[in-house]
Design a protein around this ligand. Structure first.
Ligand code: FMN
Length: 201
């Protein structure tokens, strides 16, 4: 598939068929992600591909419990929600990232703490590279005929999920990609025209 077609054709999928996903397909997506640019070529991400139904159910239980505690609402029962839909997919790809600190960051930390803070926490080159990796993963998935939903909603239960997946400091769980063959493709959300988001100087 042409890359422009893939980029335009991809959309968030929130209902999946039950077909299991061959490991080789997940590895092809991970390989596509590995070619993403990362700050200092740090390649500071990895994936935990969860396909085990029991683990997915445990993760969903954790998310549902925290959401209902925080929002003081009933747990959703068997319903898929914005926060837990990954657990209804054949696979949940948990994106684990490590912090990135360049030589410039280390210099700034001592010499200019304000610039250090802006670069590290607002510009956040480490996180930008991880996003590039996720983007390449989901585009590769789309090219292979899979649907994905990039999710940070479940991270309302970040610490609890990290503990369930044995993700330890300095690594962090940063996103979950719901992955599977699409069961329903909702209408595509519209986009701003390129001429509106681009200026030339
Ligand atoms: C960083 C990020 C976090 C997101 N988190 C969620 C989420 O938790 N649950 C969900 O259903 N969709 C989530 N989405 C999907 C967005 O809602 C979706 O990409 C957006 O509405 C545009 O739709 P499209 O992906 O179909 O083009 C997330 C997307 C991104 C990039």
């Amino acid at each position: 598939m042409d890359i422009f077609e893939t980029m335009k054709g991809r959309q968030s999928i929130r209902k999946f068929r039950k077909d299991p996903i061959p490991k080789e397909h997940i590895l092809r997506m991970a390989e596509a992600a590995s070619w993403a640019p990362t700050a200092g070529n740090s390649q500071n991400f990895r994936f935990i591909a969860v396909q085990d139904r029991e683990t997915l159910a445990r993760m969903r239980g954790i998310v549902d419990e925290i959401v209902s505690r925080v929002t003081r609402s009933e747990t959703p029962g068997d319903k898929a929600t914005y926060h837990n839909l990954f657990a209804f997919a054949p696979a949940a790809i948990c994106v684990v990232g490590a912090p990135y600190e360049s030589a410039t960051d280390r210099t700034l930390r001592d010499k200019d703490p304000e610039r250090y803070k802006a670069r590290r926490f607002q510009v956040n080159p480490g996180l930008q590279g991880i996003s590039a990796g996720i983007t390449q993963f989901i585009l590769a998935a789309c090219a292979l005929g899979y649907g994905t939903c990039w999710m940070t909603g479940p991270l309302i239960a970040k610490q609890e999920l990290e503990s369930a997946l044995s993700v330890r400091y300095p690594e962090e769980l940063l996103a979950i990609i719901a992955l599977g063959k699409p069961d329903a493709a909702p209408p595509k959300p519209p986009r701003k025209p390129a001429s509106e988001i681009t200026t030339f100087r």
